[in-house]
Design a protein around this ligand. Structure first.
Ligand SMILES: [Fe+2]
Ligand SMILES: [Fe+2]
Length: 145
């Protein structure tokens, strides 16, 4: 199984995204290290995080009319659908399948971050984000490109 780990190769120099991505890696690692008894709960935390994580990126893309939004939003929707299926599997004891999914999700995340999210981060660094839309605790919202 591919065990996910944070790496500076995942940094996008856009703190609101980097903070969320670190949290994602932490939660996925917790799920990968969870016992069978704890896996359903750990996977539920991954799904809840991902709903918010993707939802925020989708909102940024829509609000700023990001050119590649459709493809990126579609990827989010497909992956979230798969993760929800994983939750149903975890809740019915199909732990092997969920662990396999977790490994594939880690690989997908690295690719997605370094392609789709990197393009969005570059775009967002050129945007001014109102303070009210920044996530609490996420600082350094924008720098000049
Ligand atoms: Fe992301
Ligand atoms: Fe994304």
């Amino acid at each position: 199984m591919n065990t996910v780990e944070w790496s500076d190769a995942l940094l996008l120099e856009f703190e609101p995204m980097d903070a969320v991505h670190r949290e994602f890696v932490d939660l996925l690692a917790q799920a990968q290290n969870a016992s069978d008894a704890n896996l359903p709960q750990a996977w539920a935390a991954v799904v809840t995080h991902t709903e918010q994580h993707f939802g925020r990126e989708d909102e940024w893309m829509r609000k700023t009319r990001f050119a590649s939004a459709d493809n990126h939003i579609l990827q989010h929707r497909v992956v979230l659908h798969v993760l929800r299926e994983g939750l149903a599997m975890a809740q019915t004891g199909q732990m092997g399948a969920v662990r396999e999914m977790a490994g594939e999700l880690g690989v997908w995340f690295a690719k997605h971050t370094q392609s789709h999210d990197a393009a969005l981060a570059l775009h967002m660094r050129g945007q001014v984000i109102p303070t009210s839309q920044r996530k609490a605790g996420a600082r350094a919202a924008h720098r000049p490109p």
